[in-house]
Design a protein around this ligand. Structure first.
Ligand SMILES: Cc1ncc(COP(=O)(O)O)c(C=O)c1O
Length: 443
């Protein structure tokens, strides 16, 4: 392994800073990614890493999967520019049919229709627009503290991951933000044994009839497992109760599966773990294996009321549709969801076996796995998290930070669903070395 970060990486970062807008780049994570294959990526200096965050669950089936590459190449030879919201196109129809069928396999209670867009934020905006179009008299939405749904428009309004994203930007939507059913960091300081799902009960007890009436609320948007919020796995009973409330008051249940969806957690959709049936599922990231495409999947009879109520120029475009269809086929053909469930359980068990007093919790589902860092008193320890993350880069693995620094700082692992147990052994060994070096614990 050459020096990390190497001179080409440092040079590229300097050029980037001259010409590109400030976005989310973190000074603690000076990493370039120039090439990818399977579970590996290479930086500008030729250093090889195991991609343990798949660029936030984009490369779920592995980087540059040959089937997707071939589908994209064939499509590029045939047609790249197509305004699929004005004209009709077979690649778009085929991708939508595949996605609707996959959704039907998970939720056979309904027939599903698809709207394609190009990102997760767009998908969440489309979901909310669809719901307002359907029932314009219901103007309020419920969402959860710590949620990340996107950085603009309605998606930003329902998000509350960090005040940094929201402050100064005017709101367009009336949103009630409630504590997420997070039993490790319970907002009411209750224990799961005696809370009786207070976080959900609170809606009926405190909000309805006071802040608003049930028929003012249009829908509830939730990440079935919070991603940016710290890989928080909610209480099963709480999600069950939330689903019951939605049914009781006729609120739409929107599952933001942009990070969790398409097999990542060991089920096609993470909400399946909680036996809740969503009304709308929002997808993006992994759907196109790197070609930008997002989607919402919704009941066939909930379509937009009139042509032109909502639309977009690209909606994934021909390359996105070809990539999405091929990606969904690979998921099934290679049985990646089953593998995510099995290998994820193995990964969590191995991480739980690590003895280090800075590790406060290991949690997750399937191959969506987080390690939370605490200090001597059990409080949040973002400094150790950051130090370990930097050391991981040195060791040749690329996980990523998530969670709130002052609440639940984690290192998140989202390796490709194609990882084997041997790969996981290597990742855990490197992570242990990084931990030992960064926290000076014996390895
Ligand atoms: C759960 C969730 N929803 C929405 C988004 C926003 O997606 P995008 O960045 O493609 O707009 C993200 C991105 O991280 C996400 O994790």
């Amino acid at each position: 392994m050459k020096e990390i970060p190497g001179s080409k990486t440092l040079g590229l970062i300097a050029r980037h800073k001259e010409v590109l807008a400030t976005t989310t780049h973190d000074i603690n994570f000076p990493v370039t990614v120039e090439r990818g294959k399977g579970i590996y990526v290479w930086d500008a200096d030729g250093n090889k890493f195991i991609d343990c965050f798949t660029q936030v669950s984009i490369a779920d089936i592995g980087h540059c999967h040959p089937k997707v590459v071939e589908a994209v190449k064939q499509q590029a030879d045939k047609l790249m520019a197509c305004i699929g919201t004005d004209v009709y196109n077979s690649s778009q129809v085929e991708a939508a049919e595949k996605l609707a069928r996959i959704t039907h396999n998970s939720f056979p209670e309904r027939d599903w229709r698809v709207y394609f867009c190009s990102s997760g934020g767009e998908a969440n905006n489309a979901a909310i627009k669809l719901l307002i179009d359907r029932r314009p008299q219901r103007k309020k939405f419920i969402s959860f503290l710590g949620a990340f749904h996107g950085r603009f428009g309605y998606a930003l309004d329902v998000a509350s991951s960090k005040s940094l994203h929201k402050r100064d930007f005017p709101k367009a939507l009336d949103v009630i933000h409630l504590p997420y059913p997070d039993c490790r960091h319970c907002a009411y300081e209750k224990k799961p044994e005696d809370c009786a799902q207070l976080c959900i009960r609170f809606i009926e007890q405190e909000y309805l009839g006071r802040f608003c009436d049930p028929d003012e609320i249009n829908g509830v948007i939730i990440e079935p497992i919070q991603g940016e919020g710290g890989f928080v796995v909610p209480s099963l009973l709480a999600i069950h109760d939330l689903h019951r409330l939605c049914q009781k008051y006729d609120w739409a249940l929107v599952a933001d599966e942009v990070q969790t969806g398409l097999g990542r957690t060991g089920k096609m959709f993470a909400i399946e773990h909680f036996a809740a049936i969503p009304d709308i599922i929002c997808l993006a990231k992994k759907l196109g294996s790197g070609v930008p495409i997002g989607a919402i999947v919704f009941p066939r009879d909930w379509d937009f009321s009139r042509a032109g109520r909502h639309s977009t120029t690209f909606g994934g475009g021909p390359l996105g549709w070809a990539a999405a269809k091929a990606t969904l086929e690979v998921l099934e053909e290679e049985k990646l969801i089953k593998r995510a469930a099995e290998n994820g359980a193995y990964f969590i068990e191995k991480l739980k076996g690590i003895k280090n007093h800075f590790i406060g919790d290991v949690r997750g589902m399937g191959l969506m796995v987080g390690v939370e860092f605490v200090d001597e008193s059990g409080g949040p320890n973002p400094a150790s998290r950051n130090a370990v993350l930097q050391e991981c880069v040195e060791q040749g693995i690329l996980p990523l930070a998530a969670g709130h620094a002052q609440r639940n700082p984690i290192i998140r692992f989202l390796p490709p669903l194609i990882v084997t147990k041997d790969d996981i052994d290597k990742i855990v060994a490197k992570f242990e070395k990084a931990l030992a070096k960064a926290t000076k614990a014996p390895s």
